[in-house]
Write a protein that binds this ligand. Structure first.
Ligand code: C5P
Length: 301
């Protein structure tokens, strides 16, 4: 790669997630609060003369072709900008796949931001948001970072003021959850849709703590914890250890907990079941998210 740029793709957790009703377009209407965390994948993006897109990923489970959101992000951006050149991407995965942490979506958003910085050829912000939304419901959030409300199918983003930073532990049992399946299992009908339209307002959305860390709810816990009770058990362990917020992230299967002290986090880290992946991370403010995106040291050998 002659001309290349390195980008970090940060994971997200959901500080609450309410699924209101199924929509006619096949998606569900949701309300959520996204929060960036420092856990991240790394991308090295390069340009080349010939056409084509190549992705070299260190995780063989990640597809290299059209099924990869990074590939689709490149393709969509090239079409939007009429860019004839080729793109080469090295992707170093750290965010678990199928964890509800937005890894693939974040990689796609980082790809868009990286290519634009590399080429100096930029979409305006609303066009970049629209392109991101066409790739996946939570991709637009990763262009913004920090803490933000997600409405619609998750793609309508309203940035919120940052809360004070917190240490965060994320555990992943290695079970990938399929997002479409998790939505289907909620079993929401269009009848419920009519009833739930009444609560389709921020005012009625009081269980989400918009002002501070605190208990939060995720509608997916009902179906995901019923299938994997060990996930519910670890959440209860986090609560007993004095977490401020512990929750399933997205449609799972990662569960996270935030702590105001390293001592509590260390204590609870010892109780994580063997064989589970555990990530010690921290929440990121929007300014930090934006500052750290392009501050990437070269890949470790
Ligand atoms: O938008 P994304 O590609 O991430 O969505 C994957 C699938 O998850 C959708 O095809 C849909 O089945 C389901 N989904 C949904 N409602 C949402 C987001 C996703 O039903 N708000």
């Amino acid at each position: 790669m002659s001309h290349a740029i390195r980008v970090r793709a940060f994971a997200k957790i959901n500080l609450g997630l309410k699924v209101l009703f199924p929509r006619r377009d096949g998606y569900h209407e949701i309300r959520t609060i996204y929060q960036s965390v420092s856990l991240h994948d790394r991308l090295k993006i390069g340009l080349r003369r010939g056409p084509g897109i190549t992705i070299d990923c260190d995780d063989p489970a990640v597809p290299a072709g059209h099924d990869n959101l990074v590939y689709r992000a490149c393709e969509a951006w090239r079409a939007a900008r009429n860019y004839a050149g080729g793109v080469e991407i090295e992707l170093q995965k750290c965010i678990p796949v199928g964890g509800g942490l937005g890894g693939g979506s974040s990689d796609a958003a980082a790809t868009l931001m990286g290519i634009e910085r590399l080429t100096g050829d930029r979409l305006d912000f609303p066009a970049r948001l629209r392109l991101a939304a066409s790739l996946g419901s939570d991709v637009p959030f990763f262009l913004v970072g920090g803490r933000a409300i997600g409405c619609g199918r998750g793609e309508e983003i309203y940035p919120l003021p940052d809360l004070s930073s917190r240490l965060c532990v994320i555990v992943h049992p290695g079970i990938p959850v399929s997002t479409p399946e998790a939505y289907r299992e909620l079993g929401l009908s269009l009848t419920e849709a009519r009833e739930k339209r009444n609560v389709d307002s921020f005012g009625a959305w009081s269980q989400f703590s918009l002002l501070d860390w605190g208990p939060a709810e995720n509608d997916f816990e009902r179906v995901v914890f019923a299938r994997w009770p060990e996930l519910g058990a670890i959440k209860n362990q986090f609560i007993r250890a004095g977490t401020e917020t512990a929750l399933l992230s997205g449609s799972g299967s990662a569960v996270y907990a935030v702590f105001d002290s390293a001592r509590k986090l260390n204590q609870v880290s010892r109780t994580i079941p063997r064989g589970w992946a555990a990530f010690r991370t921290r929440t990121l403010r929007r300014r930090e998210f934006q500052r750290l995106l392009f501050q990437v040291s070269p890949r470790r050998p």
